[in-house]
Design a protein around this ligand. Sequence first.
Ligand code: ZN
Ligand code: ZN
Length: 329
Amino acid sequence: MADDVEPSDRGADAAPPAPAPPPAVEKSFLVQRFAKIKLGSYHVVGYSVAGEETVAQIPELNVCFDIGRCPYFALTSDIVCITHGHMDHLAGLAYYLSQRYFQGMKPGTVLLPRELERPVDLMLRCWRDIERQATPYHLVPMAAGQLHEVRRDFGIRAFATHHGGVSLGYALVSIREKLKAEYFGRPGPELAALRKAGVQIQYRLEVPLVAFTGDTTAGPVFDHPDVRGAETLITECTFYDADHRTKAKAGKHLHVEQFATEVLPKLNNPYIIIGHVTRRTSVRRARHLLRKLVGEERMRNVHFLMDFEGSADEGEVDMIGPPPPDTAE
Ligand SMILES: [Zn+2]
Ligand SMILES: [Zn+2]
């Protein structure tokens, strides 16, 4: 029963025990690390690895793009925008809705390609039966070009992407009414009278704030004004090595060579964030390969979502499991 001896009984003149060394910091797959970056006006919080999980939240705008799994922070967004039906972008949806209901939050609003409305609705109804919980949800079927007005001054517009099958990207758009230049300086009562008489003294100004492409290969999406004009563009560039060109083509993803020659020259966004990098290439190596193609200067506003301190080197994470099949990305 030595353990029951009171400390005062151990002998007053015994040397105090040496302090234990700090525990070694181990990299562990038991801990999932998320990116949180602030660029310009908004944070991007998320995780994005091809075939595994993509989730990207803009907390200030109450929106989450895709929900491959549902990390805790994603629950706080009232709106989720689903780009396409691949599991790594959608599988967390039922959990997101269920947990929000369970925690007394208002039903989640889910924007998704209209072709996915029916099967996603069926899936969620199944979950109600399985879980025996009447989880509420609000699906908003979207088509390319459609604007979903969240508030008078804020909307979400869908645009077409090129991932084979049904896929959409989304732009978060600030909507403002501005006085037409010809009415500048007119006194308030006169403007009020004009408005009352039905004169259009204002025009509508739409400013894309953040655009998210989801999975896509090169194409007209990168000419879209919302994509080119957003302050922050979050896009994919999945493959980097020369022998992954065929994988990129088959899966309708971007390869770094295509990204450097066909995509990046079109973009004027103040901030560009790349996600969906394959597990086959480390983020550091991905950045190195892109820099080699476009030069240091162009890289100044190009960021990798998963490029945070502690992000894994090539090979390290491959030990966790085999790379995902190409069809799963
Ligand atoms: Zn994907
Ligand atoms: Zn995909």
